[in-house]
Each structure stands twice: as structure tokens, then as C-alpha cells.
Ligand binder design. Structure first.
Ligand SMILES: [Fe+2]
Length: 276
């Protein structure tokens, strides 16, 4: 992965990512050789503000059972019926980066039998590479502030949310898989990806409907008079020394949303990096 910026004043990448680096590794550096992209890039335009998908991937664990109920019930995305995970932690490693983690022994992978068997097989290697923090949390979906998101559960995808004005977002999306995975696993990940998270995927369509309608609703006369309420789980955040992140209750929490928008507000108000 190559990150770049046009801003000569921007902090160096390791500093910008900070503690998010470990969480990125939990998606992309689980095996020797890292990852590879499967196929090409999906690219499409959605009628929504870019911040909706960015906050959704990093903080919105509570929409899953409502928004995706039909996809979960029919098992259309992966072929296997599962129940959404009930345990986990909302994690903010700082500087607006946000991650949703399930419990350390919870399934955080596309629930396809061959993918789950592969995950069991590679677990010792993954544990060795990622260390003891993996015994505390299992990161499944997140956003590197501001607009780069990644997902491991349901599908394996990373994407950039490119703003095309206040109410339009162009998605650049890729599927990825461990480079060292056998061909049948790469194919299973590709199929799970197309079914769940692509312009025609069940989960992706559900999500896009929310983002588009939220954007439209926020433009209304009455909505504009009121502040958006993101107080869910307020007061439950704590800094967790072992996770090296702010942590809060799983699912029913907007702790990560608050971290994301706090950073956004800081950067929008600051005259320079030095003043952030
Ligand atoms: Fe979703």
C-alpha cells in the first residue's frame, strides 16, 4: 500500500497512523507476504456525503441487525446463516481512526466453511505476527481517518471514499486476500465479496440506502435547525492501556463516531498542522 499527500506540512505516515498501525496489520499483515488484490477495482458513485460511509465502517455496529436482517436471514451473501456477534469493543486508537472489534474468540471472517477452516489453520501464524493484543480483540472493520476503510468479516474489502461534493461520493473498492492463501480460498473470498460488498452486493446495497437517505434527511429544513445527536453510550469510554486506544461498549455506542467527528472538527478549525 502506498500512501501519499500533497500537503508538505503533513506529519509523517507512522506518526499520522500512530497506534492505528497495529489495527491495520490485523487486516493486512496477518501472514508472511501480506495481501494481494483479487481482480480489479469496483468504482461507482453514491448520492451521499463521504462521512456517512467513513463513520459507518468505523463505528456503526448497531445498524447491522436492522439494516442487514434480510441478507443475514437469507444467507445470500455467504451461503451460511449466522447470528451477528454479541461481544466486542469499539476502539479509537487516536487521531480520528476508528475500529470495530468483536471478541477475541468470535468469528471475524466471512462465514463460509472453507474460509473458516483456513482461518483455524493459519491462526498460530497470525497470533505469532500480531502478538498478545490479538488475545483481547478481533478487529473486523474500521476507518483510517478520514476516508480509507477496510473490512474482514462478511467480505474482505478496502476502499477509499472520494468526496465529489457535499452529497456525492465516489467509491474505489478492492477485494483482498492473504497472498499465501491457496487458490480455492482466494476464489471463496472473491465470491463472498461480490455477493456482500460490491455495487450489487446485498450488504453494500443496504448500507448505501442508509447513507443516501441520511444525506437527504440532513438537508431538510427541520434537520438543519437541530444538532445531530451522537450521545449513545456517552460516558462509557475509557482509555485502555492494553489496547492502546479509547475503548467502549460493543454495538450500542457512538463513542467512535464522537472520536471521528471530534478530529474532523479539529482539523476543519485549525489554521495549520502546528495548531492541531
Ligand atoms: Fe452495513
Amino acid at each position: 500500500m502506498i500512501f501519499a499527500t500533497f500537503d508538505p506540512e503533513a506529519p509523517p505516515l507512522p506518526e499520522y497512523l500512530g497506534e492505528m498501525t497495529w489495527y491495520l496489520d490485523a487486516f493486512f499483515d496477518r501472514r508472511e507476504g501480506g495481501i494481494e488484490v483479487i481482480g480489479g477495482m469496483h468504482r461507482w458513485v453514491m448520492p451521499c456525503n463521504w462521512k456517512f460511509p467513513a463513520e459507518n465502517f468505523g463505528g456503526d455496529a448497531y445498524h447491522v441487525q436492522w439494516t442487514h436482517l434480510s441478507a443475514i436471514k437469507t444467507s445470500f451473501s455467504t451461503g451460511v446463516v449466522t447470528k451477528p456477534n454479541a461481544t466486542g469493543t469499539m476502539v479509537s486508537p487516536g487521531q480520528g481512526h476508528i475500529v470495530i472489534c468483536v471478541g477475541p474468540t468470535d468469528v471475524g471472517d466471512p462465514p463460509v466453511p472453507e474460509i473458516l477452516a483456513y482461518e483455524r489453520e493459519i491462526r498460530p501464524e497470525v497470533e505469532k505476527r500480531l502478538g498478545s493484543r490479538l488475545g483481547l480483540v478481533n478487529p473486523i472493520v474500521g476507518t483510517v481517518f478520514p476516508n480509507f476503510s477496510m473490512l474482514r468479516a462478511t467480505s474482505r474489502t478496502f476502499r477509499v471514499w472520494q468526496p465529489r461534493g457535499p452529497d456525492k461520493t465516489e467509491v474505489w473498492s478492492w477485494f483482498y486476500v492473504d497472498k499465501a492463501a491457496p487458490p480455492e480460498i482466494k476464489e471463496a473470498v472473491r465470491v463472498a465479496g461480490v455477493r456482500g460488498f460490491s455495487p450489487s452486493g446485498t450488504f453494500e446495497q443496504d448500507d448505501m440506502d442508509n447513507w443516501q437517505e441520511c444525506t437527504r434527511t440532513c438537508r431538510g429544513v427541520v434537520s438543519r435547525r437541530l444538532s445531530l445527536n451522537t450521545a449513545m453510550g456517552l460516558g462509557h469510554e475509557r482509555y485502555d492501556e492494553d489496547l492502546k486506544a479509547w475503548a467502549s461498549d460493543f454495538r450500542i455506542s457512538e463513542s467512535n463516531h464522537r472520536q471521528f467527528y471530534r478530529r474532523w472538527a479539529q482539523l476543519m478549525a485549525a489554521e495549520s498542522w502546528a495548531k492541531v
